[in-house]
Write a protein that binds this ligand. Structure first.
Ligand code: BGC
Length: 888
């Protein structure tokens, strides 16, 4: 056995929740790590230095914490005062009670980034902007039906006369950028710098480019696209683009350091020039048109002559220059490449490539064709009855990429500043081509995958895969509702119902920290949280979503609490406390009598539910109770006085009882969602709970065991059924494959979660084209229960951040086995159970817990381990034979 397995070691080092922060927004970052190996950690030492070698050698030139007696795996920087434009390497060593250790961890790094005052660069953009914000097309070629701008190519040459020892670049854009240094692409992010409210904040990225710099002539190239800044996003066709401004701009600062300590800076300024090139337009909703005949051959080399390039304009973005923020989350990257599972000619003559998986991303082509050949790539999630692409549900999104070949050999194309939601790509050719190959590339914010799960039931596995892919396709800089139609907003209720699920599959910690800033940026003066974030600042036609709907406006509070339970991140609670109080005060001031019916804005209710509508006053008031309870818990976690919040929740519970509970114990409106919320939010007094559960059971019986919820009820279905009815009934629901159910969509070929239970049915065909996405994660909220209960890896509210795990797995023959591995912030937790095939009364269960982590086990009846129902496991591996308990 290797030394590492025997003793303790720190792993998964994070700084501000990131593997590699590319800048810090304040210079006292939180460093954290997980543990592996055996034993109990009781002390640690951090070594940090600007040199990786120093860290390897144990020399902490900027911080040597010494050996600290402490069991906590998270610490705020206490080393030397950090400076800007630094790269810090750090490592941790941990010891057990006997003083044993497997040695120092692998070093991790972080960049300190720039402060506002460190930016000497200026915003630069292409000239010739009309007051209306649209550029006069320079050439008819660029005049397109979307009025989308061609991409701007920016270039700057500089000469060095010494070899630098270090070069760091800081870059951002209002719009999207691709950056090149001496012909090499810098970084591998796409859609950078990501989406924020650009009137307030824009994020920057930083890269170590030392290896790309030449000691003589150097060429910087940047390509700018419109993205969320000036391109089209959302469903407001009267204000299709220009949400934040009329043209993209670049911010660039390169720090070049020489051996003698001298630092030279190359910045975006009037020394740059610009031209338009082959990207005729590239827009999220329209797609991209790329004319390879217009390529600026060799523009990234120093031999290139800048004919017809114009000087850039140095300008101040309107209405004000945004704050340059270090990026808080992982950038969007290409994360998977898929080859077609079939290619067929459609009735309308396109070649339809089926990638077997609905995804967000784009297609890459390899082709040899005569000059001028036009290749059209259309995208769709489904095919229609005739076998053509079904694109009606894209609404105004055109989602078509056009590539015009330059001829003369093999050519490659993938679009630059657009993405589509699709499983099928239809290729239309203006003439015959040779050697066409087509692959799909999936993109997403590159969050670390934290969970792997597999079961003995194929349908459940497909469901888990569908959930994962819907998360993947919608975690794209912000958590969006859908990646295909003219929407793609960060809808907040979708996210809050899905967040617990999301956190099992991927490490959502940094991603939420970033989005929480967007949500707070979107909070009104009065305190109303937005329904979508980032919000679009300009809303003259009031066609974009209003803020403050119950369950939508409430999302930040729920998200922050779930984030705290998963990651024990008190910092997030502190950050949000005042904004949360503001929102709670708004709700209270508008609804003094405790029934939440006033100022409920778009009041969406149990969105897209089937069956009877749930009383919206009940939903809203239930959510208010939930918020009051969370505020009570947050106050306690922050060591603040929680009494006013607990008093509020008490008052609201009474109002709920009076207002919505009828004489026979049923709830007003009598729908599944009403009972689900009342039970899961624990609103009802104990003596009302059994009756409410009976009513819920009655409703399930009358719907033949089918669910009838929309977005808000769905999260509570399986947890409430397994806790208040029976675990077996929860599995019945999970395994249903008749309408409406998850299994039903899977039977219709779903590879992601559908927006609607009846997105497509054999009887009705497609649901209304107005609202019918096939990649919408909200109904994937069942995932949290699969992880927490079926696999048995639940968090413990009394021990946030998985320092104790609550384990109550549900064993069921129809599932057969579950193999689940979850990389918690404390380390890897495994739960493997398998029914004995020869004896249905026996299950083997293996639990693995990382160092310093315990588990509280409660077996559900009739299962027992050595006749015990409740017991505690300590860290390490435990193999148990679980049996059905029989009275002796
Ligand atoms: C979005 C949803 C969102 C909803 C508000 C829809 O258009 O796609 O996911 O939550 O509006 O009800």
């Amino acid at each position: 056995m290797s030394r590492e397995c025997i003793y303790l070691q720190a792993q998964n080092l994070k700084c501000e929740s990131l593997r590699l922060p590319r800048g810090l927004n304040q210079l006292s970052p939180v460093l954290s790590w997980g543990l592996k190996g055996k034993g109990r950690m009781c002390s640690w030492q951090i070594i940090a230095s600007e040199s990786k070698d120093n860290v390897y050698q144990g020399s902490g030139t900027v911080w040597d914490s010494g050996v600290i007696k402490d069991v906590c795996c998270s610490v705020t920087w206490r080393g030397e005062q950090l400076l800007r434009d630094q790269r810090i390497w750090w490592a941790v060593q941990v010891w057990d009670e006997e003083g044993q250790s497997a040695g120092r961890s692998e070093p991790a790094q972080f960049f300190t980034g720039l402060d506002e005052d460190d930016w000497q660069a200026q915003w630069v953009a292409r000239y010739f902007v009309l007051p209306s914000g649209r550029e006069i097309p320079q050439d008819n070629h660029y005049d397109n039906r979307f009025q989308a701008r061609p991409a701007d190519y920016l270039r700057r040459q500089f000469i060095l006369n010494a070899v630098p020892v270090r070069a760091f670049v800081y870059v951002s854009a209002l719009g999207l950028y691709e950056l090149y240094l001496n012909g090499i692409r810098v970084g591998d992010e796409v859609m950078a710098p990501g989406w924020t409210d650009y009137h307030r904040r824009v994020e920057y990225q930083s890269y170590d480019v030392t290896d790309l710099i030449a000691s003589s002539k150097n060429i910087i190239g940047a390509v700018l696209g419109e993205g969320w800044y000036s391109g089209r996003v959302g469903h407001n066709q009267r204000r299709a683009g220009n949400h934040y401004g009329g043209r993209p701009g670049l911010m660039f600062q390169l720090h070049i350091e020489y051996a003698d300590g001298r630092v030279e800076k190359i910045v975006s300024d009037d020394q740059w020039s610009t031209k338009q090139g082959p990207i005729c337009y590239s827009d999220f909703l329209a797609g991209e048109m790329y004319d390879a005949r217009l390529e600026l051959v060799d523009w990234l080399t120093s031999e290139y002559a800048e004919d017809n390039w114009q000087p850039v304009e140095v300008y101040s973005p309107e209405p004000n220059a945004p704050l340059l923020d270090a990026s808080r989350a992982d950038g969007v990257k290409e994360v998977a490449r898929l080859e077609a599972t079939s290619v067929e000619k459609s009735p309308s003559g396109e070649f339809i490539y089926n990638f077997g998986q609905n995804l967000a991303g784009y297609v890459e082509l390899k082709v040899s064709a005569p000059r001028g050949t036009e290749i059209r790539i259309r995208h769709a999630e489904r095919l229609d009855e005739k076998g053509d692409l079904y694109t009606e549900n894209l609404r105004y999104a055109v989602s078509e990429d056009i590539y015009i070949c330059k001829g003369g050999g093999v050519e490659y194309f993938k679009p630059h500043f657009t993405f589509h939601g699709f499983q099928y790509a239809g290729i239309g050719l203006s003439e015959a081509v040779s050697d066409l190959s087509v692959s799909a590339i999936a993109i997403q914010s590159d969050l670390p995958v934290s969970g792997k799960i597999n079961t003995g039931n194929a349908m459940v596995n497909q469901l888990l895969s569908n959930i994962f892919w819907s998360q993947r396709g919608n975690f794209l800089s912000v958590p969006t509702d859908c990646p295909q139609r003219d929407e793609r907003y960060g809808w907040s209720a979708d996210a809050q119902v899905f967040w617990r699920t999301a956190g099992y599959f991927m490490d959502t910690s940094a991603f939420l920290k970033k989005w929480m800033e967007d949500l707070i940026d979107g909070q009104s003066e009065e305190g109303i949280f937005p329904d979508v974030a980032p919000t679009k600042p300009l809303n003259p036609y009031r066609l974009t979503p209003q803020p403050g709907a119950p369950a939508w406006g409430d999302a930040p509070i729920i998200l922050a609490w779930h984030h705290y339970l998963r990651y024990a991140d008190v910092g997030m609670l502190e950050r949000c406390w005042q904004p949360f109080i503001k929102w709670m005060k708004v709700i209270e001031s508008k609804n003094p009598n405790g029934i939440r019916v006033n100022d409920v804005h778009n009041n969406y209710g149990d969105w897209l539910a089937v069956g009877d509508e749930t009383n919206r006053g009940l939903i809203n008031t239930a959510y208010w109770v939930y918020l009051a309870d969370i505020m009570t818990s947050i106050a306690k976690a922050l060591n603040k006085d929680s009494s006013s919040w607990s008093a509020l929740s008490k008052k609201l519970r009474n109002v709920f009882l009076e207002q919505f509970v009828l004489e026979d114990g049923s709830l007003s409106g009598d729908t599944q969602t009403a009972y689900l919320l009342a039970l899961d939010f624990k609103i009802l007094p104990q003596n009302h709970v059994p009756t409410a559960a009976e009513h819920l059971a009655r409703l399930f019986k009358s719907s033949n065991g089918h669910l009838q919820t929309g977005f808000l009820g769905v999260r509570h279905l399986a947890p409430v059924i397994s806790d208040y009815l029976s675990p077996t009934q929860a599995i019945d629901l999970l395994l249903k494959d008749t309408y409406p159910s998850w299994g039903f969509s899977i039977k219709q070929g779903a590879t992601t979660i559908w927006e609607r239970w009846d997105g497509w049915t054999p009887e009705q065909g497609f649901q209304s084209k107005v609202m019918n996405s096939f990649n919408h994660y909200a109904y994937g909220a069942i995932g949290e229960w699969v992880w927490a209960r079926l696999a048995g890896i639940d968090w413990d509210e009394a021990a946030p951040g998985y320092s104790n795990v609550k384990m109550s797995p549900i064993f069921d023959e129809r599932i057969g086995f579950v193999e689940a591995e979850y990389e918690a912030c404390t380390g890897l937790i495994k739960s493997y159970w398998e029914m004995n095939k020869n004896n249905p009364e026996e299950v083997s269960w293996v639990v693995e817990l990382p160092p310093n982590v315990s588990a509280s086990i409660t077996l559900s009846d009739p299962w027992r381990f050595q006749e015990e129902k409740d017991f505690v496991l300590t860290s390490g591996t435990h193999s148990m034979n679980i049996k059905i308990y029989k009275e002796k």
